[in-house]
Design a protein around this ligand. Structure first.
Ligand SMILES: Nc1nc2c(ncn2[C@@H]2O[C@H](COP(=O)(O)OP(=O)(O)OP(=O)(O)O)[C@@H](O)[C@H]2O)c(=O)[nH]1
Length: 394
């Protein structure tokens, strides 16, 4: 499954810094597919414990037992108020957003920038306003699409006996909304039980809000946490969603230093080792300041945002298809050659289809490479499973 995270946020919240930090590859993981596709499209990695830890031999694809699984990340163009009405960069923003399965909202938790990103005094702006604003913009974008032709569509559903959820899904397909999202939103809002011809504008906005929440789950990076007043961080943490304090600037500095061989640092670590002895004073001081920040925050938070988006928000698991269940390798002896991200609850048969349509069509059974047990097509895989698929495909 190809996975795309969209990074959203107002100007000056630190979105570009977060994006650069997330996509800057350290030399140690440079054998991975390269990271920057273009200015705002890149590859970042979720980190998992590599299954080769359970074998005598290391796979050569992980770094110290940590496997980096690539995912796409888009730095969604700057958002301005009323983007959904097509002002400023709004249309590009929404256009890019439709490609994302989840959103990391980079919020300036320091409160040092106003709604449009202009600098103000630290703590002068309430970051909760930015959270409400972004959600509202996305909801109103969906509403704008749904409301177009609605009267005509609503009558057509009635006259031709069409299914409500099918018509709504068709109308919103371009925004990445699927029928399951529509159905869930209809149930959640109670609108499934209300005649759609009687829906008010407010009902439709409520429906769009529910569809947004279901189809584009969102995590908050409470950025600039290094300088943010504690009160702001607390306010954000009280929200009913995942909030991770981050310092994108610290992560970028650490990753750059690691890339230049100055420090040894694995993203997400709680500390780093300085490798070079005679650093210029300013650099030494800078690194000491960063050390203090991560001591206070735990980590810089950037890697945590990515991992939690994938494993908590989207509830994905990682599975490793192999052809040799003894060596955990492909035909050429490459150990654990691939790592697939799949929805929790996915079956062996679905994995077969992910590998190749023909392997899916000609699936016979699977083998759990750890236990050597045979698994049927309906068997639901677990995170970290190493699976051999047996099929009659050539
Ligand atoms: N203190 C602190 N400053 C940060 C952090 N992240 C970013 N900044 C600073 O915030 C400013 C804005 O960062 P950008 O990454 O350019 O912000 P942006 O959201 O991409 O803004 P646009 O490119 O205008 O959309 C820069 O001066 C960064 O150095 C952080 O974690 N802590």
């Amino acid at each position: 499954m190809s996975m795309t995270i969209g990074l959203a946020g107002k100007p000056n919240a630190g979105k570009s810094t977060f994006f650069k930090a997330a996509t800057l590859a350290d030399v140690e993981i440079a054998n991975y597919p390269f990271t920057t596709i273009n200015a705002n499209h890149g590859v970042t990695y979720v980190q998992v414990e590599c299954p080769c830890k359970d074998k005598e031999k290391t796979c050569g694809k992980c770094v110290g037992g940590i496997r980096f699984v690539p995912i796409d990340i888009i730095d969604v163009a700057g958002l301005v108020p009323d983007a959904c009405k097509g002002r400023g960069l709004g249309n590009t923003f929404l256009d890019e957003l439709r490609q994302a399965q989840a959103i990391i909202h980079v919020v300036d938790a320091s409160g040092g920038t106003d709604a449009e990103g202009n600098p103000v005094g630290i703590g002068d702006h309430n970051p909760l306003d930015d959270v409400i604003f972004l959600n509202r913009e996305i909801t109103m974008w969906l509403y704008g699409i749904l409301e177009r032709n609605w009267l005509k569509l609503a009558r057509k559903i009635q006259a031709e006996g069409l299914k409500l959820e099918v018509v709504i899904t068709e109308q919103l397909a371009g925004a990445g909304i699927r029928e399951s999202h529509v159905n869930a939103a209809l149930m959640e809002t109670g609108l499934a039980r209300v005649d759609h011809l009687k829906w008010s504008e407010e009902d439709m906005i409520r429906l769009c809000d529910a569809m947004r929440e279901i189809s584009k789950p969102l995590l908050i990076a409470a950025n600039k946490a290094d300088i943010a007043p504690g009160e702001n961080l607390n306010k954000l943490k009280e929200l009913d969603r995942i909030v991770v304090p981050t310092s994108a600037a610290a992560e970028l500095a650490l990753k750059s230093a690691a890339k230049n061989g100055i420090i040894r640092y694995t993203p997400g670590d709680r500390n780093f080792d300085v490798l070079s002895e005679d650093l210029p004073k300013a650099q030494k001081k800078g690194l000491e300041a960063i050390q203090k920040v991560i001591e206070r925050l735990g980590t810089t938070g950037v890697q945590e945002c990515i991992n939690r988006t994938v494993f908590e928000l989207l509830d994905l698991i990682v599975v490793y298809p192999v052809e040799d269940e003894g060596k955990w390798s492909d035909k050429n002896g490459n150990m654990l050659p691939d790592a697939y991200l799949m929805k929790r609850g996915s079956t062996c048969h679905e994995l077969a289809y992910q590998i190749h349509t023909e392997i899916g069509d000609r699936f016979l059974y699977a083998v759990d490479a750890r236990t050597r047990l045979r698994l049927g097509e309906k068997h639901e895989m677990k995170n970290g499973d190493v699976i051999k698929i047996v099929s009659t495909a050539k």
